[in-house]
Design a protein around this ligand. Structure first.
Ligand code: HEM
Length: 203
């Protein structure tokens, strides 16, 4: 993929991430249009406010971390990085708690629950690698981590598609709990493998 196309795609990913993050913050004060099905989650109180606030913050800052202009400024990269990691940890723990209270049933619950565990694990590995100055490993883990954070965007892109296909909320969420993140993770893995085969750094 040429450099201009990949920068363009990354720019689009950042615009979508920032947009979804800003819209999702409404679940913190719980004002504006809120999904009644999500509000009916058994563990929405107190976990939804915490999840929406923390995970949206991770989504808001995560995409900027890969930009050369940010990576060239160590203090900025570190500050945004710690904010991102804290957002993923708190968002992941709260997301895990809510996975078991979803009104969409156990298939959705397992999908979100497994996503939460992998999200926290992968981000933790990226953080540990940064602390140990294993920069190549740090980039690899963080590319995987952001592919999972980006599930919040892919999920919201699939919602209207599911609705147009005539699916109910629970059916869409059952599917989304899996397809919002597995293809993202596979794409990240394919990208990392191709870079390695060409002897390039992953980002
Ligand atoms: C990647 C790991 C994530 C997991 C495991 C996860 C898990 C969940 C779960 C279980 C629910 C409740 C669904 C229901 O009750 O049916 C939910 C809702 C929500 N999540 Fe996440 N989530 C993740 C990422 C994110 C991110 C990155 C954001 C940032 C925007 C986010 C924002 C929200 C919001 C705003 C809701 C409430 C309603 C809605 O679907 O718009 N989540 N999440």
């Amino acid at each position: 993929m040429n450099a201009r196309l990949s920068m363009g795609l990354w720019g689009l990913a950042i615009v979508l991430s920032v947009g979804v993050a800003i819209l999702s913050y409404r679940y913190v004060p719980q004002i504006g249009p809120l999904s009644p099905e999500v509000m009916a989650n058994l563990f929405a109180r107190p976990w939804l406010m915490l999840h929406a606030g923390a995970a949206s913050t991770a989504l808001l800052v995560g995409g900027f971390q890969a930009l050369p202009a940010v990576r060239r400024r160590p203090a900025l990269h570190r500050g945004l990085g710690l904010t991102y990691v804290a957002g993923c940890f708190v968002g992941g723990v709260a997301g895990f708690a809510m996975a078991f209270g979803t009104t969409a049933g156990p298939v959705a619950g397992w999908g979100f629950g497994i996503l939460a565990v992998i999200w926290v694990y992968v981000t933790g590995q990226g953080w540990l690698a940064a602390r140990a100055r294993r920069i190549d490993a740090h980039r690899r883990w963080m590319i995987r981590s952001f592919a999972l954070t980006f599930a919040a965007v892919t999920l919201r892109l699939y919602l209207p598609i599911g609705a147009m296909a005539g699916l109910e909320f629970a059916e869409i969420y059952r599917l989304n709990a899996w397809i919002s993140w597995i293809p993202n993770l596979l794409l990240a893995e394919i990208y990392l493998r191709r870079r390695t085969m060409r002897g390039l750094q992953p980002a």
